[in-house]
Design a protein around this ligand. Structure first.
Ligand SMILES: [Zn+2]
Length: 305
């Protein structure tokens, strides 16, 4: 299983709950995309069914750990709504039925549902009923980026586990280790990814850094005039990343970041306008106007060491 990055406090508290047999029937893992919530859910499932001595759990080596990692453990129910947009009541019922029975092989049946907001209202209510009258030793882990989009009564039945953004330094180190990224590039990608390892990896693989620089360069030379909404939003996103990055640099260097803060707000508003189907050419022209007015490119070179 891929090594978990960060979240030491979360791991420690889950480990402690397991050791003291004070597990909740249901957990809600909530936090931004790409920070490792599912990885921790898999780790927790391993912890609960690992056959090694307690201090070594999860060992990652025993048959139970291996089956859990491969998602073929008979007491693990992993429901991913990545392909189907919703989790339906039939799927939840099938899990509920199994959760009420004794575990086949392990100590504990574990169900992982991702993303929790994909549960239809019927499905969420069926699950809620089970959590109100738990049978057997089962643990349900719901994973979400936004607890606010889940059924509130369901949320209230879960022990909330919050996942924060990862430190840029941790992400950068992982990029150097796994993608053999040069350190300076790794640091830049890590900052662009805003605490999400998943996003950083995607950026590293897509050559996004070079594209980002190229499109900021185009904005500077007013070479961008876009008819295509998708292309505009991508170019705008690059500009927003870059502006945010410069803002942080200025603040760290003791310079007044306020002018860039204003520009950033304007760019975010324009991105929203593009999303709301305002004519892309108009948005592009407005971005150019704002950039000129802010004088941002006189202030800073596009590429910095
Ligand atoms: Zn094990």
């Amino acid at each position: 299983m891929t090594q978990i990055l960060g979240h030491e406090a979360v791991l420690a508290s889950l480990r402690q709950a397991a050791a003291q047999q004070r597990l909740a029937h249901a957990y809600l893992f909530a936090g931004p995309d790409g920070v490792g919530k599912r990885l921790v859910a898999g780790w927790f499932a391993q912890l609960l069914n690992c056959t090694a001595a307690e201090a070594l759990r999860p060992c990652g080596q025993c048959v139970a750990c291996e089956k859990t990692a491969r998602r073929i453990h008979p007491d693990l129910f992993w429901l991913e709504a990545a392909e189907a947009p919703t989790v339906k009541i039939e799927q939840v019922r099938a899990i509920i039925e199994r959760l009420g029975l004794r575990p086949y092989e392990g100590h504990q049946a574990v169900a992982i549902i991702h993303p929790a907001e994909a549960l239809t209202e019927d499905a969420a209510n069926a699950l809620l009923k089970t959590l109100e009258e738990p049978r057997g030793e089962a643990v349900v882990i719901l994973v979400t980026t936004d607890a606010g989009r889940c059924l509130p009564t369901l949320v209230s039945r879960c022990r909330l586990v919050r996942f924060g953004a990862l430190a840029a330094s941790l992400i950068a180190r992982r990029l150097v280790e796994t993608c053999a990224a040069p350190e300076a590039a790794a640091r830049e990608l890590a900052r662009l990814a805003e605490g999400s390892l998943g996003r950083a990896l995607a950026l590293a693989q897509s050559g996004a850094l070079a594209r980002c620089r190229a499109s900021v360069e185009q904005w500077r030379n007013t070479a961008i005039l876009l008819d295509d909404r998708q292309a505009l939003r991508e170019a705008l996103l690059h500009l927003i990343w870059w502006t945010r990055e410069q803002l942080v640099r200025r603040a760290q260097g003791g310079d007044d970041p306020a002018p860039l803060g204003v520009l950033l707000e304007e760019l975010l508003a324009l991105d929203e306008a593009a999303e709301r189907y305002v004519n892309p050419r108009l948005v592009t022209a407005l971005v150019h106007t704002r950039l000129q007015a802010s004088g941002v490119f006189n202030l800073l070179p596009v590429t910095q060491p």
